[in-house]
Design a protein around this ligand. Structure first.
Ligand SMILES: Cc1cc2nc3c(=O)[nH]c(=O)nc-3n(C[C@H](O)[C@H](O)[C@H](O)COP(=O)(O)OP(=O)(O)OC[C@H]3O[C@@H](n4cnc5c(N)ncnc54)[C@H](O)[C@@H]3O)c2cc1C
Length: 402
């Protein structure tokens, strides 16, 4: 079967691109080849079923800082299509987005189905044909035509867009077509830590901590959540994204140093010395300080060679130093990772040097375009991964439609 444009992959980037191509150039016959019985499956489960569509960050230079891979390459594309354009795109099609306190943006309906319905309706409106259960098996370009073999028949087209996300089979096909693929490794995961200081206190949140990875330059700050298995929340997830390659190399075994109160050791020690005077008769255990959660304070106090009855007045120099050290430079051994259920992505994909970011076209193969996670681009959690898919898909669509 022949089409003018074939999109391989009916996920976020695939649908977004197909709709934009068909809308901008209605004379083109556009089809999506999707291996699943339904498309948009990741959109469905995204953001805990609410779909974190984008992030309320409207300055390209700031926005790119959320992309451990793709930061440099996305600056130009974000000047063409970014968060504000995404909001407008959905609004124009009757989908209103709302901003949450942390900047994440969701459909007002709080349901990813709203986004899926919007895409399916638009695809129908612009006569985009979607072939489900069509898994692409091979791909070649002969006489300026692409020949695509699928599990259910063959297709040909003048232009193709690859939007297959993190699919190893397609990466292998692209390698056969001369492209190089950066080794895929997981990104956005939580740290597994077994340690008495966090045992039995899952759900405890320290509002703003600093985390450093020892023997590296990696660090981050933000909220920290104690889980059943270790640690999570933005301070950890950001590190997992920016350190994805380093952590894979170390087989997810490394040490982190946490400053729970974001003060220097000396500053903390001075405060503790003052408290020793001011709270002399009280027990250290029961007088939580630095706005820390009570249960975390208890754990850190007990880890500083004290018992529940130890009073401030009884603290010796070593105990004061121990507590200051637990508060500002506590070392934890990370041993493994766990999946972050809201959003996980793969770092790795088509080498960014091989793509023209003015059009998202391959530098090696004319009329072959990429968008979304198939590229070696990924972001921290917060709606940035979808923004990459929308931006790439929109720009590729614009060049394809011309
Ligand atoms: C649980 C979860 C929650 C997430 N939540 C968020 C969120 O809230 N916000 C956010 O920004 N990001 C989120 N992400 C990340 C986001 O989903 C991805 O970055 C995004 O979906 C990438 O879009 P894509 O179109 O490149 O790939 P995908 O959406 O993965 O689509 C690829 C499509 O290609 C198809 N395909 C693959 N191989 C073939 C083949 N050989 N032939 C035919 N079709 C093929 C697949 O079946 C799939 O439908 C989440 C990820 C997960 C796993």
């Amino acid at each position: 079967m022949h089409k003018d444009v074939i999109i391989i992959g009916g996920g976020a980037a695939g649908f977004f691109a197909a709709i934009n191509i068909a809308e901008q150039n209605p004379s083109l016959k556009v089809a999506i080849l999707e291996r699943g019985a339904a498309g948009l499956t990741k959109v469905k489960v995204s953001g805990g079923g609410r779909c974190n569509v984008t992030h309320a960050e409207f300055i390209p230079q700031e926005l790119i800082q959320n992309y451990p891979r793709g930061e440099k390459e996305l600056l130009g594309p974000f000047h063409q299509f970014m968060t504000g354009d995404t909001i407008e795109w959905f609004e124009k099609r009757g989908v209103e987005l709302k901003i949450e306190d942390d900047g994440r943006m969701f459909p007002v309906s709080n349901s990813s189905q709203t986004i899926i319905d919007c895409f399916l309706n638009e695809a129908e409106k612009y006569q985009v044909e979607v072939f489900y259960n069509h898994s692409v098996k091979s791909l070649e370009q002969k006489n300026e035509l692409f020949h695509i073999e699928t599990s259910q028949g063959n297709f040909s087209s003048e232009k193709i867009l690859i939007a297959t996300g993190s699919n190893p089979k397609i990466w292998k096909l692209l390698e056969d077509l001369r492209h190089t693929i950066s080794q895929p490794v997981p990104s956005l995961f939580t740290f597994n830590i077994e340690d008495d200081r966090i045992k039995d206190i899952p759900g405890v949140v320290a509002k703003d901590v600093e985390v450093k990875v020892l023997e590296t330059d990696l660090w981050s700050e933000g909220p920290l959540l104690i889980t059943h298995w270790g640690m999570s929340a933005p301070s950890i997830l950001k590190l997992s994204a920016f350190g994805a390659l380093e952590f894979a190399k170390r087989d997810y075994k490394f040490q982190i140093e946490i400053n729970f109160i974001k003060k220097s050791f000396e500053e903390c020690l001075d405060t503790l010395k003052t408290l020793k005077q001011d709270l002399a008769k009280k027990t250290v255990f029961k007088s939580t300080q630095f706005e820390l959660p009570k249960r975390l304070w208890h754990k850190l106090v007990l880890a500083s060679n004290m018992v529940e009855d130890t009073r401030w007045a009884d603290l010796n120099k070593l105990q004061l130093e121990n507590l200051a050290s637990q508060l500002t430079q506590a070392i934890f051994n990370v041993n493994g990772k766990s999946t972050f259920k809201e959003e996980f992505v793969t770092a790795g994909g088509v080498n960014l040097k091989e793509v023209n970011f003015k059009t998202f076209e391959s530098k090696y193969i004319k009329n072959l375009f990429f968008a979304g996670e198939v590229l070696n681009i990924d972001a921290v959690t917060g709606g940035f991964n979808f923004q990459n898919a929308w931006t790439g898909a929109y720009i590729a669509a614009k060049s394809i439609a011309q």
